[in-house]
Design a binder for this molecule. Structure first.
Ligand SMILES: C[S@@+](CC[C@H](N)C(=O)[O-])C[C@H]1O[C@@H](n2cnc3c(N)ncnc32)[C@H](O)[C@@H]1O
Length: 322
């Protein structure tokens, strides 16, 4: 398979490189903004689960481009290290940890954010229930942080997996926002259960005191929330967004899109720095992963690669369920 085959199969991957975005996800935020005018009046924003940084790039370009960049504050957080971006303060940390939340709050020095976005996704295991559960925990951790930093009337946008317990999440979001919409940008593949909740007009219940240890998700599974009826079941509107003329993320496009412009292969804008799979790539490149002649090298290499991945998974899982 040639270098250009991904360019052919994934139009947004190709466009991201052409327009200088670090990831194709940039288009999801841009298309959500087209529909909901998310950046209107925003000068302070938090980008949770931000690496490699395409949403932070969008925030930086959109907010700093508008007026005095002095007033603009963007705080980006991720478990992974991220290459620097103009006007973006970075925190490397786990959003399910209280210490990370406190660090974000500190950066706002008593001021509030106008917008909090979270594109957090766990390393998917393929076990749908587990993936959905961890994803929900990330969303709730993001919501908890949001209750500390978002100004009344502010907006919160987060990735959500439309699994079977999604109604419970919607109900919890509806406690804090007057409007909750589930949106699917055109750049998000139909085959993916991913969508985004766009929560507008932050208005917490009267006398609600933000509290990081607040267990927002009810851990009793006796009630089947999807069986609820009438007003007890909160129906969240679903909206496909992105202009109909936008590219379809599930289609394959020819490499030569525009007859007047010759196709040219472009490398990714900013490859991830220190990704967690770095060691596994190193082992594979040096043929250490499948070297049956020297099982000890294989075993040592594989074990150290696994321990790298496992510590992260354990950390996130235990944090997520606490
Ligand atoms: C889909 S990527 C985000 C892409 C990003 N919005 C962009 O446009 O470049 C999901 C990110 O979630 C991060 N993540 C997952 N769990 C996290 C956690 N507990 N705390 C902080 N970041 C987390 C991952 O490290 C990963 O970088």
């Amino acid at each position: 398979m040639g270098r250009s085959s991904k360019d052919k199969r994934d139009i947004y991957y190709r466009l991201a490189k052409e327009e200088g975005w670090r990831a194709r996800s940039a288009f999801k935020l841009l298309q959500l903004d087209e529909e909901f005018s998310l950046f209107k009046g925003v000068s302070h924003a938090v980008d949770l689960c931000a690496a490699p940084g395409s949403w932070s790039q969008v925030l930086s370009r959109k907010l700093r481009g508008k007026g005095s960049s002095e007033e603009v504050k963007i705080v980006a957080v991720d478990l992974q290290a991220m290459a620097p971006l103009p006007g973006v303060t970075q925190i490397q940390g786990d959003i399910t940890k209280i210490s990370t939340a406190q660090e974000i709050i500190r950066h706002f020095e008593g001021q509030s954010a106008d917008l909090v976005v979270c594109d957090g996704a766990p390393d998917v295991t393929g076990l749908h229930d587990v993936d959905e559960y961890i994803q929900a925990q990330l969303l709730l951790a993001a919501l908890n942080i949001t209750t500390h930093v978002l100004k009344p009337g502010g907006n919160f946008v987060a990735k959500i997996f439309r699994g079977k317990d999604v109604t419970l999440l919607y109900s919890q979001l509806k406690i804090f926002f007057t409007s909750v919409t589930c949106a699917k940008p055109r750049s998000s593949r139909n085959s993916s259960i991913e969508a985004f909740v766009v929560c507008q007009n932050y208005s917490p219940p009267e006398e609600y005191v933000p509290n990081m240890s607040n267990p927002l998700l009810d851990h009793s599974y006796d009630v089947d929330f999807n069986q609820l009826e009438g007003p007890n079941r909160i129906i969240v509107p679903f909206l496909a967004c992105g202009d109909l003329s936008a590219f379809d993320s599930d289609r394959t496009y020819p490499l030569q899109l525009d007859s007047s412009k010759e196709y040219q292969y472009l490398p990714p804008t900013q490859p991830p720095i220190q990704p967690p799979y770095q060691q596994a790539c190193h082992l594979r490149k040096n043929k250490l992963l499948a070297n049956e002649d020297s099982p000890s090298v294989f075993l040592d290499g594989a074990l150290s690669a696994m321990s790298l991945g496992n510590s992260e998974v354990t950390d996130r899982t235990t944090q997520g369920t606490s």
